[in-house]
Write a protein that binds this ligand. Structure first.
Ligand SMILES: C[S@@+](CC[C@H](N)C(=O)[O-])C[C@H]1O[C@@H](n2cnc3c(N)ncnc32)[C@H](O)[C@@H]1O
Length: 372
């Protein structure tokens, strides 16, 4: 049933996907428009679809334009200099592009003063080539790229790597993981093998019929392929036990990555699957639900002194926010399990952990943490 109407109606999981897109874009634009450096922002929606669905749902082009409009008008009131935002919408199907134009016009979502708007009906591979040339020539400009195909056969990890190579782009990639992992019975399709091989040697890949393991392996594969240069995380949307959709996001800048994680946690919290930490409070679920960040942080600090900058980066790379780590550190300190020392080896003020981007950038060795 779903396969029939997924293309003409915006279904719940797609709605969650475009919500995340909007939440992240809002944060991203607010930072970039105020960074005092970026002179222009370029947005590319490579598989943009038709914009307005039969059930009234709004797809990515309308989410992009609505967010840009909000950010623009709130900046007009606050800032003397507005950073132009150009948008490029592409879809192989020219009829869909016509629909997108129509919907943007009908809903008055574009004004010339935002920046330029462009449309194209090219195959993704051709669009990608054009885009790589554009990205390599950008000066003091940033790009935001949304890749939302029906099928993964279009996508290669090396393409993402190339898009990110200049450090001026963020990429959001929607992978149809629900159709990718169920291959065990018929053998792995060649396209999937090729996709995986770019991330990890296929003999190291563990075939699995568990979609969570599958997504985690892909994420780890991306992480090891891209090394320390890029930040990678996922946002998963669970429709039912075996149908899980996944958005991968890639950033070359730690601050952009933190904004993405904030958007993700905001939506997760609303959906009741967000942060849950009981510290040492007795809880009915305590045995069942040890906090994953607490365990990882313990391993990270065990036997090693780490400074506040390192703990900040570690926290984000695990997909968590500084406020989560602060809660854990606060509890450990309260229970006498953690020592926080300043440069001169004196104890730091209680509850002062300095886990934040500004400290990471300017005072990443302000304190060190030692598990007792
Ligand atoms: C998942 S839909 C996009 C949904 C859209 N982002 C949204 O939020 O509503 C994928 C789109 O890719 C387009 N498409 C299929 N093959 C393509 C190709 N080779 N190059 C570019 N677009 C393609 C389809 O026409 C379809 O509209």
């Amino acid at each position: 049933m779903e396969r029939k109407n997924v293309k003409t109606n915006l279904l719940n999981h797609s709605e969650a996907k475009v919500r995340l897109l909007g939440e992240y874009l809002k944060r991203y634009l607010n930072i970039i428009c105020n960074d005092g450096y970026t002179e222009r922002i370029k947005i590319y929606d490579m598989f943009c679809g038709e914009g307005l669905y039969e059930n009234g749902g709004e797809g990515s082009p309308l989410v992009f334009m609505r967010t840009i409009k909000d950010v623009h008008f709130s900046n007009v009131a606050k800032l003397s200099n507005i950073t132009p935002i150009d948008c490029h919408f592409n879809d192989l199907d020219p009829l869909k592009i016509e629909k997108v134009k129509q919907a943007i016009g009908d809903k008055s979502l574009y004004y010339k003063e935002f920046g330029e708007i462009e449309y194209s009906s090219l195959d993704y591979q051709d669009e990608l080539k054009k885009m790589l040339n554009i990205l390599s020539a950008l000066k003091n400009q940033k790009a935001f790229i949304f890749i939302d195909p029906y099928e993964y056969k279009h996508i290669k990890a090396s393409q993402i790597e190339n898009l990110m190579a200049k450090g001026n782009a963020e990429v959001l990639l929607w992978l149809p993981t629900q159709f990718m992992y169920r291959f065990a019975a018929n053998g792995t399709p060649l396209a999937l093998k090729d996709f995986i091989e770019e991330l990890v040697p296929y003999k190291e890949w563990k075939e699995t019929d568990n979609v969570w393991h599958f997504i985690n392996q892909l994420k780890e594969g991306f992480q090891s392929k891209f090394g320390g240069k890029l930040f990678v995380d996922t946002f998963t949307i669970e429709k039912d036990a075996s149908t899980v959709f996944c958005l991968f996001f890639f950033s070359s800048h730690i601050k952009g990555f933190e904004k993405m994680l904030e958007a993700k946690w905001e939506i997760d919290t609303e959906q009741g699957k967000g942060w849950s930490y009981t510290g040492n409070q007795p809880s009915l679920f305590y045995d069942l639900k040890t906090n994953p960040l607490e365990e990882k942080l313990r391993m990270f600090l065990k036997g090693n002194k780490k400074n506040n900058g390192e703990v900040y980066e570690f926290t984000l790379r695990q997909g968590f926010l500084p406020k989560h780590t602060n809660e854990i550190l606060y509890n450990w300190q309260k229970d006498g399990k953690l020592e926080v020392l300043k440069n001169n080896n004196e104890k730091a003020r209680k509850s002062s952990f300095y886990i934040a981007y500004n400290y990471y950038k300017k005072e990443s060795k302000k304190v060190i943490f030692k598990i007792i």
